[in-house]
Design a protein around this ligand. Sequence first.
Ligand code: ZN
Length: 235
Amino acid sequence: MTAKDGIPNSEQDQAWADFLAPTRRSLVAGAAGALGLVAATSPASAAKPEPKLGDPGFRATVPPRDVGKSPWGYATASEPAVRPASVRPEGGFGLPDKPRPYTDIHSYHAHIYFDEDSYPKAERLRQWVVERFPVELGNWNLEPRGPHVTPSFYFGFTNDLLPVIVPWLQLNSLGLTILLHPNSDDPRADHLYYTLWVNRSQPVNAYGMKRPGEPGAPPIEKIYPNIRPTVELES
Ligand code: ZN
């Protein structure tokens, strides 16, 4: 019985089909050659040196195939493609009729991402920010937190600081990836659609955030500055 008849292969058939797949056959042949088993049928090849990387007969050493059944079943290829939910704030797929007023933005967040190698840069940048800007500074996040998938720290700031903080971060990012997002009534769109990035962007896992009006939707973010600057901003 074959899958062509519309009836799934038996487990045994599937195992044989996997075993005899072209890639598998070449692997089996390669493994047999490596073990010297080919010599039994062609004695002349016994003296041949094992093919080196770049030789036509070279076969990479790979781990043995897993034997078993896929937990996904064997019908995934026939699943229809379904359009995912839009990251646009209105949730639709057409163009909006009119622009949103800029006054819908209540404040901003800057999320500075780092890793085990760039951590000293994050430390330097954080210190510079603390010395110069009246922002709300968060903790060091050494693990993914909320929609942020790498270590990070954040500071929030009021809209009046935007024309200074954007160019300042452009010049002083130290090469770190920085997400600047507004805080509107739609945090999902704030993180996925209304973003500004300094340097390269990286994934943000905000797809599960609630839309405005949905049960469990969070209130609009507020900013309560907790830093008092001590250094006059260079200009
Ligand atoms: Zn944020």
